[in-house]
Design a protein around this ligand. Structure first.
Ligand SMILES: [Zn+2]
Length: 601
C-alpha cells in the first residue's frame, strides 16, 4: 500500500511540450476526494498555475477507471468519488505547457506537473518523485536520489529513471530539475558545496572556463560576506545556455534555474556578461532574500492561498540591488555596465507615467496582474513590475544614506548581515516594522517616514536621491554612451524622446503616456508610413529624431482606411540616459565604494 504520494514525470517528450505525468495517491475508502494543481506560484508572484495545460486526465484504481468532475467553483480542482475498499488511486495526465521548449534540454518546474490532495498543508504533505529522461541525457537537481548516483541510470527503452527521496510537496516544488543532452556539472567551490550544471542548446557551448568558475566562486564568497550564514547544505546553479528563451530565472532555497544567451558565460565577451550575468547573482541572492526570509503573507500553507505582495519592493527590489552590486563585486559585471544599466533603468522609471497614480507598493500588491498585461498597450500608464527597479533605487537611497550618516563606517551590508545572516529555521517571515527596527540599529533615522514617502505614498518623481547622494547626476545625452551603441539602446532612446516603441514594419507597439507622440494623439496599433515625407524605417525615424531642428517632426500615420499627417513638437534629440560624476564640487563617490569587493575580515 502506498502511503506517500508517488509522482513520476516522463520528460522524454518534453521537447514536444508533452510532460507525461503519473501520480499515485493514498486515499480514504468510500469518500469524496479533491485533488488540485497549484494556483499561486510564489516565484512568478501570481496565480498562474498550470491547470489550463492539464490534458488527457484519467483517474483509476488498478484496472478500474474512476470518473472525475471539476470543482464547479474552482477550476484547478478535480473531484473523485473513491469506492469502498479502495485506498490507493492513480491519476495520469499530460501537462502541455508551451514554455521554453528545446530539443536537447528541459527544465522541470514542478508546479507545471503537480497534482495533490486539496486542503492539505503542503509543508507537511509527503511526496516522492521519479524522473524519466533519455539515456544519453544528464540530470541535475538539488533533490537527493535514493542512494544511487544520479549518473547511475535505471535504463529501459532508450530512457532511464531516477527516483528521489520523499519530501514535502513544498520542498519538491522548490527543487527544479535540469536535464539535457549536453548537461555538464562543474564544482564552483572546492568543498563541492556549490555546483554549476550547464545545459546548452549547442554542444560547442558545453564548457565553463576556469575564469568563469573563479568569478562564480567569488560571487559565492562575496555573497557570504554580505549575508553571513548560508541556509543550504549544497547549492545548485541550474543554467541553460540558449538563444530561444534567455534572460529568465527562478529562485529556490538551494538552487536556481535560469537561462542565459549562448554567449552569456563568455568572459571574453564582457558586453554579453554585463547584460546576462545578473540572472545568476540575482537568483542566488534570493536564497537569503525571498526564500530564507520572506514577507509575512508569503508563507502560505498551500498553493491556493493568495500571496500578499505589499513587500515585493523588498523581496525583489533588495534582491535586484544586491544582484547588481554583487555581480560587480564578483567580476561578473563591469562597473561601466552597472552605471549604464542604472541610468537606463532610471530613465525607464521616469517614463512610467503610471507613477502619477500608483505607488511602488501598489505595483507589488497588484503583482499578480503583471502576467495579464505583458502584451498590453499603454504599459507606462498601467505601470507593471516596477517594484524591481524602484526597489533597487530605494535600497541605493538607503545604502548611501547610511554611508553618508556614518562617514562610510557602516552600510547596507551591516543591515543585510543582521537581517539575513541569522541562523534559524528554513523560513523566517518579516514585516516592514522588522526592517525599520533592524535599520534603526544600523543608523538611527525615521525609516518609517522614509519608506512611507518613497514606497507607500504615490511618488510622481523618480527616486534619484541615492544617485545624487552618491555624487552623481542623472542626465540625458544626445550621443550613445557605454554599451548604448546597440539596437535596443537606440529603441530606448526613441522611447525616452518622442515616446514610441515601433517595429520595422512601422506598427506602433506602444506609446508613452505623457510623451510627445501621446500629445499628437498617436496610439498603439497605428502604423507610421512616412517620416518627413520619406518612407518609414526605424533608421529613418531615428535619424529624424536625432536632427537638430526648428520645425516639428512630421509623420504620416494610418489606422484602417484612414491616413493622416501628425506633427510632433519635439526638438530634444535622441535621449541616452547617463550618470555623470560631479567631480568638480564633490569628492564623494558612494557608488564606486558600494561596488568595491568586500575583504574578508
Ligand atoms: Zn527575483
Amino acid at each position: 500500500m502506498v502511503r506517500i504520494i508517488q509522482i513520476a514525470v516522463d520528460l522524454t517528450e518534453a521537447y514536444r511540450s508533452l510532460y507525461h505525468v503519473t501520480v499515485e495517491f493514498p486515499v480514504q475508502p468510500d469518500s469524496l476526494a479533491t485533488f488540485t494543481t497549484p494556483l499561486w506560484i510564489q516565484e512568478s508572484h501570481s496565480a498562474n498555475g498550470p491547470v489550463a495545460y492539464v490534458t488527457g486526465l484519467h483517474f483509476s484504481a488498478g484496472d478500474r477507471a474512476l470518473p472525475w468532475r471539476r470543482n464547479p467553483r474552482e477550476a484547478s480542482q478535480y473531484l473523485v468519488q473513491i469506492p469502498p475498499g479502495i485506498d490507493t488511486i492513480s491519476a495520469s495526465f499530460d501537462s502541455v505547457l508551451y514554455y521554453d521548449v528545446a530539443r536537447h534540454r528541459v527544465t522541470l518546474r514542478w508546479e507545471h506537473v503537480l497534482l495533490y490532495p486539496a486542503g492539505r498543508d503542503i509543508r507537511a504533505l509527503r511526496i516522492q518523485p521519479t524522473i524519466t529522461i533519455p539515456t544519453s541525457w544528464g540530470i541535475a537537481t538539488a533533490l537527493e536520489n535514493i542512494g544511487r548516483s544520479a549518473d547511475e541510470p535505471y535504463p529501459s527503452n532508450g530512457a532511464y529513471s531516477v527516483k528521489y527521496n520523499p519530501m514535502s510537496v513544498e520542498r519538491l516544488d522548490d527543487s527544479p530539475v535540469l536535464a539535457g543532452r549536453y548537461l555538464t556539472k562543474f564544482d564552483i567551490t572546492p568543498d563541492g558545496k556549490h555546483i554549476l550544471a550547464l545545459a546548452p542548446d549547442r554542444i560547442e557551448y558545453n564548457n565553463a572556463s576556469p575564469e568563469i568558475l573563479s568569478r562564480l566562486a567569488k560571487l559565492v564568497e562575496q555573497t557570504g560576506l554580505v549575508f553571513g550564514p548560508r541556509h543550504y547544505d549544497r547549492y545548485w546553479m541550474l543554467l541553460c545556455l540558449t538563444d530561444i528563451f534567455p534572460g529568465n530565472g527562478r529562485e529556490h532555497h538551494d538552487s536556481f534555474d535560469g537561462s542565459l544567451v549562448l554567449a552569456g558565460l563568455d568572459t571574453n565577451n564582457q558586453a554579453a556578461m554585463d547584460e546576462n550575468s545578473t540572472v545568476i547573482s540575482h537568483e542566488y541572492v534570493h536564497s537569503w532574500c525571498g526564500k530564507f526570509r520572506r514577507p509575512a503573507g508569503h508563507t502560505p500553507p498551500d498553493f491556493s492561498t493568495p500571496l500578499d505582495g505589499r513587500l515585493m519592493w523588498v523581496y525583489e527590489g533588495l534582491t535586484q540591488y544586491y544582484g547588481q552590486v554583487l555581480a560587480v563585486r564578483s567580476g561578473l559585471m563591469s562597473r561601466e555596465g552597472f552605471f549604464a544599466d542604472l541610468a537606463s533603468q532610471a530613465a525607464w522609471l521616469e517614463g512610467q507615467a503610471g507613477r502619477e497614480w500608483r505607488s511602488v507598493e501598489d505595483t507589488g500588491t497588484g503583482c499578480s496582474l503583471i502576467a495579464r498585461t505583458r502584451n498590453a498597450a499603454w504599459t507606462s500608464w498601467i505601470r507593471t513590475a516596477d517594484f524591481y527597479m524602484e526597489g533597487l533605487l530605494v535600497w541605493l537611497d538607503v545604502d548611501t544614506l547610511i554611508r553618508a550618516k556614518t562617514g562610510s563606517a557602516r552600510s547596507l551590508d551591516d543591515f543585510a548581515r543582521a537581517f539575513f545572516g541569522r541562523k534559524g529555521p528554513l523560513v523566517v517571515p518579516y514585516t516592514l516594522e522588522d526592517i525599520v527596527l533592524e535599520l534603526d540599529k544600523v543608523v538611527s533615522y525615521d525609516w518609517q517616514s522614509f519608506f512611507q514617502t518613497r514606497v507607500v505614498d504615490v511618488a510622481p518623481q523618480v527616486n534619484v536621491n541615492g544617485i545624487r547622494r552618491a555624487g552623481y547626476r542623472f542626465i540625458y545625452a544626445n550621443e550613445p554612451g557605454f554599451a548604448q551603441d546597440t539596437e535596443s539602446a537606440k529603441a530606448a532612446a526613441i522611447w525616452n524622446s518622442i515616446g514610441v516603441k515601433v517595429g520595422e514594419d512601422g506598427v506602433l507597439k506602444d506609446v508613452r503616456r505623457g510623451g510627445p507622440a501621446d500629445a499628437a494623439k498617436l496610439a498603439p496599433i497605428q502604423t507610421i508610413i512616412k517620416v518627413g515625407g520619406a518612407e518609414f524605417s526605424v533608421k529613418a525615424l531615428t535619424e529624424e529624431v536625432a536632427k537638430t531642428r526648428e520645425s516639428p517632426i512630421r509623420l504620416t500615420v494610418s489606422q484602417e482606411d484612414d491616413t493622416w499627417e501628425v506633427e510632433l513638437n519635439y526638438d530634444g534629440g535622441l535621449r541616452y540616459p547617463r550618470l555623470v560624476h560631479q567631480h568638480a564640487d564633490r569628492k564623494i563617490d558612494f557608488i564606486s565604494e558600494i561596488l568595491d569587493e568586500v575583504k574578508p575580515s
